[in-house]
Design a protein around this ligand. Structure first.
Ligand code: HEC
Length: 146
């Protein structure tokens, strides 16, 4: 590198060409890296949304006040379990006595009965921890707590 630098200093034209090439290359690499980063986070947002649509949307919406077979999941991260006034919860959910956080949600989605025994989230068979993590990421992104 030293030798190359000295060589290139002999003619200033040569030096400029190298400098411009180096700057150009650095710029190109960082532009490529940022494009790659953007597209991978877009894909994972999409995968998270898709996971929610696949497993939850039949019974749940994330819109405020939009209860279906299940209660709406608007801002569910940080919401008290069984606390919507206009939804008819099972006694088990109503008396669960905790606030939903990411960890509790992920466990509930994998095995509802282990978190709130006697809940009426039926017929729901549970999903893999991987899928559950995606669903929780989606719910969190709609909860405004990121
Ligand atoms: C077959 C319909 C159905 C499906 C599918 C379903 N749920 Fe439910 N969910 C319900 C019902 C019904 C309740 C009310 C349970 C109760 O009162 O015991 C509920 C309750 C909940 C609650 C408690 C809400 C609160 O206000 O405390 C959460 C959180 C939840 N579901 C998340 C999910 C997620 C996330 C998915 C997808 C992975 C999902 N559910 C899939 C029907 C469903």
């Amino acid at each position: 590198m030293e030798a190359r630098m000295q060589l290139s200093q002999r003619t200033s034209r040569n030096r400029w060409v190298r400098l411009i090439a180096a700057v150009g290359l650095t710029w190109l690499l960082s532009a490529l890296a940022s494009v790659a980063q953007q597209s991978s986070s877009a894909t994972s947002d999409e995968a998270a949304h898709q996971a929610f649509n696949n497993s939850c949307r039949t019974c749940h919406s994330v819109k405020e006040g939009d209860n279906r077979l299940g209660p709406n999941l608007n801002r569910i991260v940080g919401r008290k379990a069984g606390s919507l006034p206009n939804y008819n919860y099972s006694p088990a959910m109503k008396d669960a006595g905790f606030v939903w956080d990411k960890d509790r949600l992920a466990r509930f989605i994998v095995k509802p009965d282990e978190v709130v025994s006697g809940n009426k989230m039926e017929p729901y068979g549970g999903i893999s921890p991987d899928e559950a993590a995606k669903v929780v990421a989606y719910l969190q992104s709609t909860s405004g707590t990121q």
